[in-house]
Ligand binder design. Structure first.
Ligand code: ADP
Ligand code: MG
Length: 261
């Protein structure tokens, strides 16, 4: 019998539930048994109204927070069964993070910030230098490596944050509102860059954004409402403009109830 070679998901969440303030008066279920799967090379956008659980979702699928119930598998590995120390190593080897506020250390140079994840491992200094320089060239911040973050623009800082996320060749990049502090020109060039890395290097990305234009660079939209996945939209053959319109239709439903006529 011919063997079927199954492609393994990069990420799989099964019955993912998150309750804040468990067993207190303020108990609040922010995610209700969500099932979610990401295949290699996907670029998934997560949208939803404010408070719908986007950040909770992204934190719980990426080891930043621990779910109350359910299972999360990253590259087939059950994250829940790992100790904090194992999770630290696992993150280092598998995941890259990009946040809204860049999270760069202002006392360190751009070079040191980008190299940070490698400094925690056992990478040879020569190798570190080569990798930092290569990724900095790719992201067009090579000339800035000796500067401190505050001497650089917002767009340049966010590119350094991406360089830091990429330095370990992670299989999954997780981003929460990565363009939240960028103007529209920088935000578009950042998305072009992420899309290029996704298409050319096969980097898998899960990204939260409230901006339909930003999400129009993805390959799939997951729309959350009140802690559930309410809708999904696959880009498929749509061009970016068509996909953008479809995303706008889904995400503008919020406003409908507000208009009087
Ligand atoms: P979003 O990112 O979509 O705006 P969040 O994931 O931040 O939403 O929050 C989802 C819900 O969970 C909100 O109602 C929020 O008030 C609540 N929540 C988020 N973090 C906490 C927390 N640490 N403790 C209690 N409730 C929280
Ligand atoms: Mg949020």
């Amino acid at each position: 019998m011919a063997e079927e070679k199954e492609i393994r998901p990069v990420l799989e969440a099964k019955n993912l539930k998150k309750v804040y303030g468990l067993n207190t008066r303020n108990e609040f279920e922010a995610l209700h048994k969500i099932n979610f799967k990401v295949m290699p090379g996907e670029f998934v956008g997560v949208m939803g109204p404010s408070g719908s659980g986007k950040s909770t979702f992204i934190n719980n699928i990426s080891t930043i927070d621990r779910p109350t119930e359910g299972r999360v598998y990253i590259n087939g590995k059950d994250v829940q069964t790992m100790s904090e120390q194992e999770i630290g190593h696992f993150r280092h080897d598998n995941l890259g993070f990009i946040f809204q506020y860049f999270n760069l250390l202002k006392t360190h140079t751009m070079y040191e910030n980008i190299a940070m994840p490698l400094a925690l491992g056992k990478t040879d200094p020569k190798d570190i230098q080569e990798r930092v320089e290569a990724v900095a060239k790719e992201l067009n911040i090579f000339e800035l490596l000796n500067k401190k973050p505050l001497e650089c623009s917002g767009g340049q800082r966010q590119r350094a944050a991406i360089a830091r996320a990429l330095i370990n060749n992670p299989t999954l990049i997780v981003a929460d509102e990565p363009t939240g502090n960028l103007d529209s020109a920088n935000s578009n060039s950042l998305m072009k860059l992420l899309r290029k890395l996704n298409q050319e290097k096969g980097v898998t990305v899960v990204m939260v954004s409230h901006d339909p234009l930003v999400v129009s660079y993805t390959t799939r939209l997951v729309y959350l409402r009140d802690g559930n996945i309410e809708k999904e939209l696959i880009r498929g053959d749509m061009n970016q403009k068509e996909y953008f319109r479809a995303i706008t239709d889904i995400s503008s439903v919020e406003s409908e109830g507000v208009f009087e006529i």
